[in-house]
Design a protein around this ligand. Structure first.
Ligand code: HEC
Length: 176
């Protein structure tokens, strides 16, 4: 069934992985940076993470963004979390802005917010100008949000976008 060479190749690649010499898929990681100072934003995969959270932390692509367009229930789950975590208090019920800025117009606080990675970095790690740190890991508070919850919120926010022009977040590809 398998040729001798194929068997040898499998054995060789297994040995390289064991020796730590070959890249394995599980090592792929999205390099998140803090919006505050550009330093690495250390968010790790946890055993409780959903497949979607794991996919994002490996590729920087938020699987909920495309899904929320096609499935109103996915979008709704993000909107619900936006209310549950009181994001509404600063950004308004539909994220159109209140004391905090609108998250649905074409005016982004940081240019990187046209990517889901960039917006995730600001929501997860906070900013120097009034956006709190929401992710449980950088906040050091297990009561706060998990990766999956932030991704669902972003998926919903993208469906609320009313700023016109391109929607580059619908065409993101996994980082290499
Ligand atoms: C205490 C008020 C406050 C709360 C609560 C709050 N934010 Fe913010 N948010 C801000 C401020 C202020 C900014 C602008 C930060 C800056 O420019 O550095 C911001 C920025 C943002 C942006 C970027 C908007 C843009 O136009 O670029 C997003 C997205 C966002 N917040 C999402 C959230 C989410 C999701 C939650 C809830 C988990 C939340 N915010 C809760 C105050 C708040």
């Amino acid at each position: 069934m398998f040729s001798n060479n194929a068997v040898k190749a499998v054995i060789l690649s297994s040995l390289l992985v064991l020796a730590g010499l070959a890249p394995i898929h599980a090592n792929a990681a999205c390099q998140l940076v803090s919006t505050k100072d550009g330093s690495p934003l250390d968010i790790k995969v946890t055993p409780e993470d959903t497949p979607e959270a794991k996919e994002f932390l490996a590729t920087c692509v938020n699987p909920y963004t495309k899904r929320a367009v096609a499935d109103a229930d996915v979008a709704k789950s993000g909107k619900k979390l936006f209310g549950y975590w009181s994001c509404t208090q600063c950004h308004g019920g539909n994220a159109g802005g209140q004391t905090g800025p609108s998250a649905t117009d074409a005016t982004w606080q940081y240019s990187k917010h046209i990517t889901d990675k960039g917006i995730f970095e600001t929501v997860a790690g906070g900013s120097n100008a009034g956006m709190p740190t929401w992710h449980s890991q950088p906040a050091g508070n297990p009561e706060l949000l998990k990766t999956d919850e932030i991704l669902r919120i972003i998926g919903w926010l993208r469906t609320m976008y009313a700023g016109g022009g391109d929607k580059p977040w619908l065409n993101e590809t996994p980082q290499k």
